[in-house]
Design a binder for this molecule. Sequence first.
Ligand code: 6PG
Length: 252
Amino acid sequence: MSKPEPKREVIVVPDKRALAEAAAQRLITRIAANPQRPTVCLTGGSTPQQLYELLSTSPWREKIPWARVHWFMTDDRYVSQDDPLSNIGMARKAFLDACASAENVHAIPANRATPDEAAELYEQELRTFHPLPPDEGFPLFDLVLMGVGPDGHTASLFPGTSALTEPDKWVVGVAQANVAPFVPRVSLTLPCLTSTREMLFLVSGRDKKDIVARVLAGDNLPAARAQSAHGETVWLIDEAAAPNGGQHANAR
Ligand code: 6PG
C-alpha cells in the first residue's frame, strides 16, 4: 500500500529572528481564532527560547488575552523547574512568569517518585481539562509547538521506542533519552500531540539541515510521523537549516 501524502507545509525564513517573529504571528492568529479557552502546547530545547522571549515584549504581549490562554508542555526533562535543563523552567523565565495567569500554566509535575507517575498525573490533568477523547471531541490543542533532534526525535519520542507507538496513553514516562541531555523525560504521545488544529515545528541552524532533509524525503522518523490530525502541520525553518537553500519553501 502506498504511503499517504504528508500534508505538510514548509516555510523558510531568513534567520532565527524571523523564525521567532513568524512563529509569534502564527501563535497569535491561532489564539485569536478561539474566543473561549485557547490551548497552546509549548516545546522545549533551545530553538523556541527566542519566540518565548518575544512573546513577553511589545507589541506581541498586548496581543495575547493572557487570562484565557492555557499553556501545556509537549514534554519535559525529569528535573526540578529551577534546573537549567527544565523546559517549563525556561518557558517560565522567558515569558510565562511575567505574562501568563499562574493557574493557566500546566507544568508536567517532574517532582513525583517516577517519570511514569508524573506522566499519569499529567494525563489526568489533560483529561480533566478536556474530558472527551481526542477522536470524539474537538482537538485538545489550538497549537502544538515542536522541535526536531539530530536523531529525528520530537518531544521526547525517540526513534524505535515504545513511547513512539503508544496507542492509548496521552502521556508516558521515558526512562532513557537518545540524545543529550541524558535525563529521563515525560512526553505527550502522538495520539495526544497530533490532536491539534496546528502543529508548528521550529527548526533553526546548519546542524539541522540533514535531519530536515530526511524528514522531507519521507523517512519514517518520529518528527515525520507527528502531523496534526485536525488541520495544519507547518515546518518553519530558517535558511541555515533548509535543505537546497530553501527550495522546499511552501511545498506541500
Ligand atoms: C527536549 C525537546 C526536544 C527538542 C528537540 C530540539 O526536551 O529536548 O522538547 O524534542 O525540541 O530536541 O531541540 P533544540 O531546539 O535544542 O535543537
